[in-house]
Ligand binder design. Structure first.
Ligand code: UDP
Length: 310
């Protein structure tokens, strides 16, 4: 039986990955400090003998005999990662160092959850893996962007210097059930606002774009990458692109909400146009997202309806 460590396993993406790997018959250790992850996300697995939860922080070294490591631990929504930027930076950098050391000692294969944020406010469109990005190293997003960039640097050096088997997935905006309703990201904010009849808060003029991937498609990409012989980096996401204003209208239409759109200041360094070029992942991994934004949002709206009632 394969033993797998998921750091950040109680988070939004981590909990979906845990479910998928348990369904495949793996033993899963979920290591999480519950800073942004939640016990509710892993509650369904607690009675499973193939699941173990360890409350710990990836900033501190850890040791488990495992075959694979998915390093997902890090606050990922802008309000959350900006709340304690020094902690965010440490989580990225010390977190990957500890994961790489474990991979080096045990021979485990390591997959890093990197991010489209490594491209910063990209000047190339759509973003390809060969683009080096446009990141403000001093700005409010830098704790996350530069932390994740530094993590990629360490991974590549551990591969070159120690022959560690490690892989990099650059994850673009992902949404779905198990998102925290207070997480502050655009998908959760707009759905919760629409369902509650509150104003829809558009930052800036709403002409900036994002491309949205349903969580199950992302999980498929992570599994394909882990099973492959490639290190990447690979973009994983869905190129279905919306301006933020279009997205607000889409959510309003889907929920039948009468909420008003209100315009608020744009946060510093907010990327203007983001869309993944996924041709490399498609060619090498056979990655192809299947869930269109409409279908994914219907499931996500259902989830938030229950969350708001509960
Ligand atoms: N955004 C918005 N209203 C919100 C939350 C976010 O207009 O209530 C915008 C935000 O400024 C950004 C985009 O939506 O341009 C995506 O933001 P999110 O926080 O989801 O993630 P990001 O892609 O910026 O990391």
């Amino acid at each position: 039986m394969k033993k797998i460590l998921i750091t950040g396993g109680a988070g939004f993406i981590g909990s979906h990955l845990t479910k998928r790997l348990l369904d495949e018959g793996c033993f899963v250790i979920c290591l999480d400090n519950l800073y942004t992850g939640s016990k509710a996300n892993i509650e369904p697995f607690m009675a499973n003998d193939n699941f173990k939860f360890v409350k710990a922080d990836v900033i501190e070294p850890y040791y488990f005999e495992v075959d694979e490591i998915f390093n997902l631990a890090c606050p990922a929504s802008p309000p959350h990662y900006q709340k304690d930027p020094v902690f965010t930076f440490k989580t990225s950098v010390f977190g990957i160092l500890n994961a790489l050391e474990l991979a080096k000692k045990t021979g485990a294969v390591l997959l890093q959850a990197s991010t489209s944020e490594v491209y910063g406010d990209a000047k190339k469109y759509p973003q390809r893996e060969s683009y080096f990005g446009n990141v403000n190293p001093n700005g409010i997003r830098a704790c996350y962007d530069e932390g994740k960039r530094a993590a990629e640097t360490l991974i590549c050096d551990y591969i070159r210097k120690y022959g560690v088997n490690a892989k990099i997935a650059r994850i673009f905006n992902t949404y779905g059930p198990n998102m925290d309703k207070n997480d502050g990201r655009v998908v959760s904010n707009f759905i919760v606002q629409a369902l509650s009849g509150d104003d829809i808060t558009i930052y800036g003029d709403g002409r900036q774009t994002r491309s949205f991937c349903y969580v199950e498609d992302l999980i498929e990409g992570l599994i394909l990458l882990m099973k492959s012989d490639f290190s990447g980096p690979f973009n994983l996401g869905n190129p279905e692109e919306f301006t933020i204003c279009e997205f607000a209208d889409y959510v309003l239409g889907l929920t039948g909400s009468k909420s008003k759109k209100v315009f608020m200041p744009l946060p510093d360094d907010d990327p203007v146009r983001r869309k993944p070029d996924i041709s490399y992942a498609s060619l090498k991994l056979g990655y192809a997202p299947k869930v269109c934004v409409r279908d994914g949002l219907v499931k996500t709206v259902e989830y938030f309806k229950k969350e708001l009632l509960g």
